[in-house]
Design a protein around this ligand. Structure first.
Ligand code: ADP
Ligand code: ADP
Ligand code: ZN
Ligand code: ZN
Length: 922
């Protein structure tokens, strides 16, 4: 470790309290502490923000003129800063053509590799196609047909004056049906003139003459040559060309340039699907949902709306003439009759014809809505979903096309490239490319993504997966002397894989970089070089340095915290779900799920566990939530997971999926408006003695009292053309959000601006006599968001905070008594050990009100405190998709087949620190 450091002096960003701290250069530093203590404010809003400014400073003057307008972090000084790169959990990929291979640049190297090492095959007959010269043709002729008589012909396209030209050039004879004919005007009817160049025996002694004849034939035949060889059975003909043409069938081939292997290039993209790999088709299951109905029972959904009813009349009018019986159930129609129904016959245009006609009417909005309802994406039939044109896939290396190389998952691909025997000639030309490819695969494997296929669309990755890919890409790009600021890279990662992630972070450091990670994971904290702990609480109660220094047993122990709190709570509230009601998902088959049945007990806290890629989200998001919406809530246009059925769904009234997606982009939405507490506050603010100002004037959503320039957000955003938009304080209201006449109104001495600046905890004390309002604010406090100010924009919340804010909105007491099933995706994201207890008691509150809670989780403390565990696996991708274990945590811990069980074993037996036991085991 180097002795120099980044030295931060008196940082005051957000809640930081004149915080001064050193971050050693060339080391791995973990910043930890409770949620809201100021970790992101220090790591991203101070350190990274300054590093990025320095980075921009090094750019052109044109870019620099915008620099003054970028907010300078609120800090006295930062010395020793480096150019910075942030790796966050957002998956910002929108382009449908980005894949795992393209975002890691692995695709670029694989394309070059194919260009140099691939063999081109004929797209028509699959023969190997090579580019010939006159010398190579002569050699091959001598090799193949030595001793035989041969006639060399130049095929010449007939056009005006060609006969004359040939005669002038000294060619008088043609070779037609095995005989010589003198060129005459009769031959002008032929499409191609087989001009005789030479007749000779293929003999090594005559190689010069042969070579000369081949060259002249290629000249006359514009690069083409036909050789007739006399064999025992008669003359056989062989086509040769210096163009890239198949010798067997004459089909032209494409030069294997790198762009040919790219579906982002017009040269390589499949012409049918333009490189998207899929084409739009009709979802017949949605068009005819019930196939046991007969046509006279009007079974065709789109025809059942008044606008298209007449289609039944058109069908009836033609039915008997085209042999389509109206009184036979659709699933019993003869294939030919069914084909007539779909594709049309006679005057009947068919259901497909109906959709084709709709396509021409797409300028009408309701038509687009109709089409969307029955649309399905099918794998493109031309390229089999590989996105590449046939010519690209006809280039193969060791019998694999580039599409097949990309269809492997990271683990398989790593083995393939690692053990690939290359000839010394291949090694010389492509060895460096192989090393680049292999390096990237090793990094992807090490960050725990071995189950992802290289052709997986990047935009379908979860935030955690996208982040770890960016981490692997950072390792691949070989930058040094850079500051990497990384946000909780263990999100979505099973404890099994934390160790390998630590190795990767160490590697990024060893490459000469300074690595700063915001983390709660015990393995990463124990493995860091340097630890900074913020706290002691959140918001106003945080922002201070609790401890900082090189890793030592004492500092690690303090930073990880202990889980005894959680354990006590868990024991006090655990429920027995052995004999409770269950919802059963039958035949789940989405992605890697292998036709499994899963029973989810109601009335308690259920944890879905398993290594990354084992199928947890596929089960919960696709096969439960989306399938529920599609089959039970009537959202028929939704792409739901493949299942047979969900049983016992009547036991609940609704399913809510509470994910980490950001809450709106509006800077005017805030915690108070989100739980509807602002409605109560507005009423309190409206002065009783001045009827000109009403509750409405305190609204952020309608004009009246809000600032007219920023519409009540206090900031305006400036379009920076090429950089991200920049938020600056509104100069009309100076960030005070409301008009002066409104700001003059006070309630117990505070105006609207003061109230928006209160934290939730402070507001509870301030409004203590207003019960209804307190209930709403308490909901925020009970999910651990008591440190947020009422007016903080929801757009500034992290994924975990956003998820907990959504959770809070469900805790606000409602009149109805409906029983809901709540689904959460890693709700402990961003939570420190000490925050988990708070979250657990919130879940218990929901359960006590008759709801059920299901969480996808990796956090061992939360899993251990659950009532029931459903463990998927055993591995990721093709190695997962099965139900490995289920039952109370103790039972899963006792199951030898369960990876999660292995990590649960110690903590369940012993109430000591979860973290240290987990990290010692692997
Ligand atoms: P952590 O990363 O430790 O969870 P943060 O640094 O995100 O904590 O937040 C520390 C404090 O700063 C919290 O009180 C939070 O509400 C506040 N904060 C975070 N972002 C903003 C922002 N954009 N504007 C105002 N306050 C913010
Ligand atoms: P987990 O939630 O346990 O991490 P997932 O359900 O996300 O696992 O993934 C299970 C498997 O399905 C993995 O192999 C993953 O790559 C694959 N998969 C998930 N989503 C998609 C998708 N949209 N397209 C293709 N494959 C997917
Ligand atoms: Zn061919
Ligand atoms: Zn304003």
């Amino acid at each position: 470790m180097s002795s120099s450091a980044i030295s931060i002096s008196r940082a005051r960003t957000h809640n930081l309290v004149d915080l001064s701290v050193d971050i050693p250069h060339g080391a791995l530093t973990v910043i930890t502490g409770p949620s809201g203590s100021g970790k992101s404010s220090l790591a991203f809003n101070t350190l990274y923000a300054e590093g990025q400014r320095r980075f921009v400073e090094s750019m052109s003057t044109y870019v620099r003129q915008f620099l003054e307008r970028m907010d300078r972090p609120d800090v006295e000084s930062i010395e020793g800063i480096l150019p910075a790169i942030a790796i966050e959990q957002k998956n910002s990929v929108k382009n449908a053509r980005s894949t795992v291979a393209t975002v890691t640049e692995l695709a670029d190297y694989a394309r070059l590799f194919m260009t140099w090492a691939g063999t081109t095959h004929c797209v028509r007959c699959d023969a190997v196609v090579t580019r010939e010269t006159s010398g190579s043709i002569s050699d091959k002729l001598l090799g193949l047909f030595a001793g035989r008589r041969a006639v060399l012909i130049a095929p010449v396209t007939t056009d005006d004056g060609i006969l004359e030209d040939l005669r002038k050039a000294g060619f008088y004879r043609l070779w037609i049906d095995g005989a010589i004919e003198e060129i005459s005007t009769n031959h002008s009817k032929l499409e191609t003139l087989p001009v005789l160049i030479d007749r000779l025996t293929l003999d090594h002694a005559k190689r010069d003459r042969l070579n000369e004849a081949v060259e002249s034939a290629l000249g006359v035949g514009s690069g083409k040559l036909v050789v007739f060889v006399q064999e025992d059975a008669g003359w056989t003909s062989h086509t040769w060309a210096t163009a890239f043409i198949c010798n067997r069938c004459g089909q032209e081939a494409q030069d294997p340039v790198p762009q040919l292997f790219s579906f982002n290039s017009p040269l390589g993209a499949c012409p049918e699907c333009q490189g998207y790999g899929r084409v739009m088709g009709v979802d017949w299951g949605k068009v005819i949902p019930n196939r046991s109905l007969r046509l006279d029972e009007i079974p065709i959904e789109p025809f059942n709306s008044p606008a298209y009813e007449s289609c039944y009349d058109d069908l009836e009018a033609e039915a008997s003439r085209i042999g389509l019986p109206l009184d036979v159930p659709i699933d019993q129609l003869e294939p030919d009759a069914y084909d007539a129904l779909i594709h049309g016959r006679g005057k009947w245009y068919g259901i497909q014809g109906f959709f084709d006609w709709l396509e021409t009417k797409k300028y009408k909005v309701h038509v687009r809505v109709l089409i969307a309802r029955y649309r399905k994406y099918d794998s493109c039939p031309t390229c089999d979903g590989t996105r590449l044109r046939p010519e690209a896939r006809a280039v193969r290396f060791r019998d694999r096309s580039i599409a097949e190389l990309f269809a492997m998952n990271v683990g398989e691909a790593r083995r393939f490239w690692e053990y690939l025997p290359l000839s010394s000639e291949e090694e010389a030309r492509t060895g460096h490319l192989r090393r680049e490819i292999l390096n990237r695969l090793i990094y992807l494997d090490e960050v725990g993504l071995s189950y992802l296929t290289l052709d997986r669309q990047a935009r379908t990755l979860s935030g955690g997966e996208a982040q770890r890919i960016n981490l692997a890409a950072a390792l691949g790009n070989g930058l040094t002397n850079t500051l990497y600021v990384i946000d909780e890279p263990t999100v979505g990662l099973h404890p099994r894989d934390s160790d390998r992630l630590l190795t990767v972070l160490g590697r990024l450091r060893d490459a000469g970089n300074t690595v700063v990670v915001v983390e709660h994971d015990p393995t990463i904290i124990s493995g860091a070089d340097h630890i900074i702990q913020l706290g002691p609480g959140a918001g106003r109660f945080g922002g201070r340095l609790v401890a900082a220094g090189p890793n030592s047993p004492a500092i690690t122990k303090a930073a990880i915290g202990t889980s005894t709190d959680v354990d006590e709570l868990a024991d006090a509230t655990r429920k027995d779900l052995e004999n409770t009601d269950r919802i059963i998902i039958r035949g789940a088959r989405s992605h890697n799920l292998r036709d499994i049945d899963v029973a989810i007990p109601l009335g308690g806290l259920v944890a879905i566990t398993g290594v990354s890629g084992s199928g947890k989200s596929s089960l919960i998001r696709d096969c439960l939530y989306n399938a529920y919406r599609r089959h039970h809530r009537g959202e028929t246009e939704l792409d739901a997971g493949e299942i047979e059925a969900i049983e016992n769904i009547d036991l609940i009234d609704d399913i809510q999926f509470v994910d980490q997606s950001p809450i709106g982009r509006s800077a005017r939405s805030n915690p108070a408006t989100y739980v509807k507490a602002w409605d109560d506050i507005r009423k309190l603010l409206a002065p009783a003695d001045d009827k000109r100002i009403t509750a409405r004037d305190f609204s952020f959503n309608v004009d009246g009292g809000r600032c007219e320039s920023c519409l009540g957000s206090g900031t305006v955003s400036i379009d920076m053309h090429f950089l991200a938009d920049v938020e600056v304080t509104c100069d009309q209201c100076q960030g005070r959000r409301f008009q002066d006449r409104i700001l003059r109104v006070r309630h117990h001495g505070k105006n609207v601006e003061d109230i928006l600046a209160l934290t939730v905890d402070e507001a509870i004390r301030f409004f203590i006599e207003h019960r209804g309002l307190i209930r709403k604010l308490n909901a925020l406090r009970s999910v651990g968001l008591g440190y947020l100010t009422l007016g903080q924009s929801t757009a500034s919340l992290s994924g975990g905070e956003a998820q907990r804010l959504k959770l809070a909105s469900f805790l606000v007491p409602r009149q109805d008594s409906s029983r809901r099933l709540f689904l959460f995706d890693e709700p402990t994201t961003g939570l420190h050990s000490t925050d988990v207890r708070q979250l657990l008691s919130t879940f218990r509150e929901l359960i006590d009100r008759g709801h059920s809670v299901v969480v996808i989780e990796h956090n061992l403390e939360l899993i251990q405190a659950s009532d029931w565990v459903i463990d998927l696996g055993p591995g990721g991708g093709d190695e997962g998709g099965l139900l490995v274990a289920e039952g109370p945590p103790e039972r899963v811990a006792a199951n030898d087949a369960s990876v999660t069980g292995f990590y649960l074993r110690e903590p369940v037996a012993d109430t000591g620190s979860v973290g240290s036991t987990a990290s010692n085991q692997s």
